[in-house]
Design a protein around this ligand. Structure first.
Ligand code: SF4
Length: 363
């Protein structure tokens, strides 16, 4: 064997089948391998007992089955769990499991750190370390599932953890195809939401793909002046261009875009903002998620008072828009929106502000 073994966690089913064909086996053996890795979440080739012993020995020389390592787990009073994963090169990511009445949502990271430096987000303070590979994204989800009690399943997935998923498009796309394969974890794309800070070429690429996942756009401001300050990506793709891409996004019947709006005291929470937001979103099939800001000493803003959030919501509802106030989850363990950060950055306030790249670094 030369070089690094192929990581089967990042293999599509047809690639597993092609691998078996290359080894002189029937393609059916490839599906079996895929099922062992993705559906049964087995990492030890020796335990894949439906594969002949000699084939397992051959495979052991060609492939590995990776999984991120759980470094630490924290449980919040409301049942939310945050998991810190260690990756092969020593980098770390955080993921969150959020139980609700009838669902269990995994909030998944797609990059180590993030280049986009949104003002209200701790991950942005880390800067960009690197993209996750497809195997790491898939492994993250499978490891989260492994951490659950038998009989409990992740029902929903949001790509809202660390990173901008559309800046790692190719890896995210591949990971989602693997996770949605009916012979693997079998996630329904309808139960997956990809959240973007507004990477317009990525939105267009997603629109042109057949992935069929839901799209959420983190909007957070109603003028370019304010959005430039809150989300530097706006300087590259301002609100009008972003909303044009949203209007062009193909939506199946009964599905809507989600617009996220973090409520910051005295920054973006005025009645005029609410009225402007209603005008901006006019004609877009979408709903608005108003997110109470999670206060942390490392970030400059304060949360909007509850009454102001409710008044903001009323203006939107009066304009016939659907607006909900998201209840913050896992705040006591810093698992809530915008609070994910790993490594030495977690305890540091000294930051090098990252820059927004005008050209996306994908996959
Ligand atoms: S909110 Fe998202 S895009 Fe913005 S800095 Fe945080 S992780 Fe990056």
């Amino acid at each position: 064997m030369t070089g690094r073994p192929l990581d089967a966690t990042g293999l599509l089913r047809d690639e597993a089948e092609a691998l078996m064909a290359e080894l002189g086996q029937s393609r059916y053996r490839g599906r079996q391998l895929f099922q062992w890795v993705q559906a049964r979440r087995v990492t030890n080739l020796g335990a894949m007992t439906t594969l002949p012993r000699t084939l397992r020995a051959t495979l052991a020389e060609r492939i590995s089955v990776s999984r991120p390592v759980v470094v630490r787990e924290q449980r919040a009073a409301d049942g939310t769990r945050k998991v810190l994963f260690g990756l092969r090169d020593g980098e770390e990511i955080e993921s969150v499991l959020i139980p609700d009445e009838d669902r269990l949502t995994a909030c998944v990271s797609t990059q180590v750190g993030c280049a986009l430096a949104c003002r209200f987000c701790l991950t942005g303070l880390m800067g960009m370390r690197r993209n996750l590979t497809p195997a790491e994204i898939v492994g993250e989800v499978l490891a989260l599932q492994d951490s659950l009690e038998p009989g409990t399943r992740i029902s929903n997935m949001v790509l809202m953890g660390m990173g901008e998923p559309l800046l790692n498009f190719r890896a995210v796309e591949r990971a989602l195809r693997i996770l949605c394969d009916e012979y693997g974890a079998g996630f329904s794309p309808r139960r997956i939401t990809l959240s973007t800070a507004g990477h317009v070429p990525g939105i267009r690429k997603l629109a042109a793909s057949d992935l069929g996942v839901n799209l959420a756009v983190s909007l957070n401001a109603t003028t370019d002046g304010m959005r430039d300050r809150l989300m530097p990506i706006n300087k590259r793709w301002p609100i009008a261009e972003l909303l044009e891409a949203c209007r062009a996004y193909p939506l199946p019947q009964r599905r809507r875009l989600t617009f996220e709006y973090v409520m910051l005291d005295g920054v973006n929470d005025s009645a005029e903002d609410a009225q402007r937001l209603a005008r901006l979103l006019c004609g877009i099939r979408g709903k608005i998620n108003l997110i109470p800001f999670n206060v942390t000493p490392d970030l400059p803003d304060r949360p909007s008072p509850r009454e102001r959030i409710e008044a903001f919501q009323r203006i939107l509802c009066n304009a016939h828009l659907t607006a909900t106030i998201r209840e913050s989850r896992g705040q006591d363990i810093s698992a809530a929106c915008g609070m994910l950060r790993t490594g030495t950055d977690r305890d540091s306030t000294a930051k090098t502000p990252p820059t927004v790249k005008s050209e996306p670094k994908t996959g």
